[in-house]
Design a protein around this ligand. Structure first.
Ligand code: GDG
Length: 523
C-alpha cells in the first residue's frame, strides 16, 4: 500500500464535505488539544457522507488517498487525538478489501489511532439518496432554486432507508453518553433515528448549505419530516444568523416546537435543540504559505506564459460547476463589460476554474453544456490572434496552483446566487500578497455577512451590477486595495477553520454543563 497525493487525482467529489484546507498534520494543534480536554473521555462519532480516506486501486495495487478537503483535513487530527469513530460512505474501489468484516478500518494508515466505520451503499441507494433526494430536492430547495426541484417517486424512501443504515452504524458505535456530530443535508433523518435508540447521547449537526425561509422550505415535500429529524439534535449549526432565523421561523410556522428566541432554541417533545451560527473558515495560514511556495511560483510561470497572462490583468472564478454559483450570469456580465469597454479587450482575461460535479444529474450536465457554449461564443466574439478572453480550466489543480491563481488575480469573482458560506472567497483573501486584488462578492453568499466591508458587494442576478462591480474593482487604487484587503484578512485569519471547530465544541460543552446543572437541581 502506498500514499498518493490527493492533488494528483481528480477528486470528483462535488461534495460540500470535500472542501479544501489544511493538511492533516499542521495547524490547529492547540485547538485539538483544547477540544480533547473539553470532551474528556466521551466518545466522538463524526458522520459525513464522504469519508476522510478512501482506498483505490492503482496499477493493481491498493493506494490510500488522504483527506482531500479542508473540513476532513481539520477534523482528521482531532479524531487522531480523540481516538473516535468516523462513519461515512465507503465509495472507494478498494474500500471493502481493506476493511474488516464489520466495514471498519483503522486510521490514519500506519498510525491507526481512530476508526473509520464504512457504510456500504449499492447503486440504487446512491441514486435515490445522493443523486436523488439530497441533490435533486434538498440542495435546490435550500438554495432557493425551486425550478430545479425534482422529487422523483421513491427517492425519499431511499433517503430515509440510507439514513437508517447510517443511524444503525452510529448506534453500534455510540455509547449512551457519546457525542455524535453529523455533517450536512445528507442526514436530515439520521439524528431522529439515532435519538430513538440513544436518548442520552449528545447529538449535534452542522448544515453546510443555506437554510431558506419557510415560504421556500415548505416546497420540500418532506419539510416537516426533515425539521423533525434535525430537531432530534441537541445543537444545530448553520453558517449565518440568517439561516438560524429562517430555521427557527420554519419550526414555528410549521408548529413543530416551541421556539424561544432569547435562548435561540426549540423545545419539542421535552427535548431542547439549540440553534447557533458557526461561520466556517479556511486554514488561512496554510493558504498564505501555499501562495508563497515555490510550487505556486512554478505553476504561475508556466500557466501565465501558456495563456498569455504575463502582461495582462486577470479576473478569476473558482468553483464546482454548480447552478448555484452564478457562472452563467457572470459570463453575461463579462461579455457586457468587454462590449462596453473595448479597452479591456486584450487587457483583461478571465480564468474560469471549474470542478466537475454531479454530472449524472441532468441539471448539472445541461449547465456544463451551456457554460462551455457561452465560453466558446464569447471567445469567438472578442478573441483575436493573440488574445483569448476566457480560459476555461476544468482540471483538478493542486492547492498550490490554486493559491497562485488567487495570488495573481486582479479581481476574484465570487458571485453565487446563493451559497452557505463560500470558501473560495476566504481562500482568495488568505492568498493575497503585498499588491492585493479585489474581491467582488455576491450579497447572497454566506461569506458576505462577514466580508462585506472590504469587498465590492453585488447582486449576482443583476448582470449590469456585476459588470459595474468588475469595472470598479479594476480601478481601485493600490492604497485602497491594501486597506480593503487588510480588513478582509483580519476576518479571515481571525475566523479560520480551527476557530470554527473550537466554537462548536465550546458550545457543546456549555450546553452539556447547563444540562448537568439542571439535572443536579432536579435530583
Ligand atoms: C459547500 C457549500 C460552504 C475548487 N477547485 C479545486 C479545489 N477547489 C476547492 C476550493 C474550495 C472548495 O473546492 C469549494 O468550497 P466552497 O465553500 O466554495 O463551495 P462548495 O463546494 O459548494 O461547499 C459552501 C462549504 O460547503 C463549507 O461548509 O462554504 O457554501 O456550498 O475549498 O479550494 N481544490 C483543489 N483543486 C481544484 O481544482 N485542490
Amino acid at each position: 500500500m502506498k500514499w498518493t497525493n490527493a492533488d494528483d487525482v481528480q477528486s470528483g467529489r462535488g461534495d460540500p464535505s470535500a472542501t479544501d484546507g489544511g493538511s492533516p498534520d499542521e495547524g490547529g494543534d492547540d485547538v485539538h488539544g483544547a477540544i480533547s480536554n473539553l470532551l474528556q473521555d466521551r466518545e466522538l462519532i463524526v458522520v459525513s457522507n464522504r469519508q476522510p480516506y478512501s482506498h483505490e486501486y492503482e496499477d493493481g495495487e491498493v493506494v490510500v488517498e488522504p483527506p482531500a478537503g479542508g473540513l476532513t483535513a481539520a477534523v482528521d487530527p482531532l479524531m487522531q487525538r480523540l481516538s473516535g469513530t468516523w462513519v461515512a460512505w465507503g465509495d472507494g474501489e478498494a474500500d471493502r478489501e481493506v476493511a474488516d468484516e464489520d466495514g471498519t478500518v483503522a486510521l490514519p494508515p500506519g498510525e491507526e489511532s481512530y476508526r473509520l466505520q464504512r457504510v456500504w451503499l449499492d447503486e440504487d441507494d446512491v441514486e435515490g439518496y445522493y443523486r436523488g433526494y439530497s441533490n435533486r430536492v434538498l440542495w435546490p430547495v435550500c438554495h432557493a432554486d425551486l425550478s430545479k426541484v425534482d422529487a422523483r417517486p421513491g427517492d425519499w424512501e431511499t433517503y430515509e432507508a440510507v439514513n437508517q443504515t447510517f443511524a444503525d452504524a452510529v448506534i453500534r458505535r455510540t455509547p449512551g453518553d457519546g457525542i455524535v456530530w453529523f455533517h450536512d443535508y445528507h442526514f436530515g433523518r439520521a439524528p431522529r433515528l439515532v435519538r430513538n435508540a440513544r436518548p442520552e447521547a449528545f447529538l449535534a449537526q452542522f448544515w453546510h448549505i443555506p437554510w431558506p425561509s419557510w415560504d421556500v422550505f415548505r416546497a420540500c415535500p418532506q419539510a416537516e419530516a426533515i425539521l423533525d429529524g434535525l430537531l432530534a439534535n441537541d445543537l444545530v449549526g448553520f453558517h449565518t444568523d440568517t439561516d438560524c432565523r429562517h430555521f427557527l421561523e420554519g419550526v414555528e410556522v410549521a408548529g413543530l416546537g416551541d421556539v424561544d428566541r432569547t435562548s435561540g432554541s426549540v423545545l419539542r417533545d421535552g427535548q431542547r435543540t439549540y440553534v447557533r451560527s458557526f461561520p466556517i473558515g479556511t486554514d488561512a495560514a496554510k493558504w498564505a504559505e501555499r501562495a508563497g511556495s515555490d510550487a505556486a511560483d512554478e505553476f504561475w510561470a508556466e500557466f501565465s506564459e501558456e495563456n498569455g497572462l504575463t502582461d495582462r490583468r486577470m479576473a478569476l472564478g473558482v468553483e464546482r460547476l454548480d447552478y448555484t454559483k452564478g457562472i452563467e450570469r457572470r459570463l453575461d456580465a463579462l461579455e457586457l463589460l468587454w462590449e462596453e469597454e473595448p479597452d479591456l479587450q486584450g487587457d483583461l482575461t478571465y480564468v474560469q476554474k471549474v470542478s466537475m460535479s454531479r454530472q449524472e444529474i441532468p441539471a448539472y450536465a445541461e449547465l456544463r453544456e451551456r457554460v462551455e457554449g457561452r465560453v466558446a461564443e464569447i471567445n469567438d466574439r472578442f478573441g483575436t490572434d493573440d488574445w483569448q478572453p476566457i480560459h476555461y480550466v476544468d482540471d483538478h489543480l493542486p492547492r498550490e496552483a490554486l493559491a497562485a491563481l488567487y495570488r495573481e488575480a486582479d479581481v476574484a469573482l465570487v458571485t453565487p446566487t446563493r451559497d452557505g458560506m463560500n470558501l473560495v472567497a476566504k481562500e482568495f483573501v488568505a492568498a493575497q500578497g503585498a499588491d492585493p486584488g479585489v474581491l467582488v462578492l455576491s450579497e447572497l453568499a454566506g461569506a458576505s455577512e462577514q466580508l462585506d466591508a472590504g469587498s465590492v458587494v453585488v447582486n449576482p442576478y443583476d448582470v449590469r451590477a456585476v459588470a459595474d462591480g468588475v469595472r470598479h474593482a479594476l480601478t481601485v487604487p493600490r492604497e485602497e486595495r491594501e486597506d480593503r484587503m487588510e480588513r478582509l484578512r483580519t476576518d479571515v485569519e481571525g475566523n479560520d477553520v480551527y476557530a470554527w471547530l473550537s466554537a462548536q465544541f465550546r458550545t457543546i460543552d456549555r450546553i452539556r454543563d447547563s444540562r448537568e446543572a439542571t439535572d443536579e437541581l432536579l435530583t
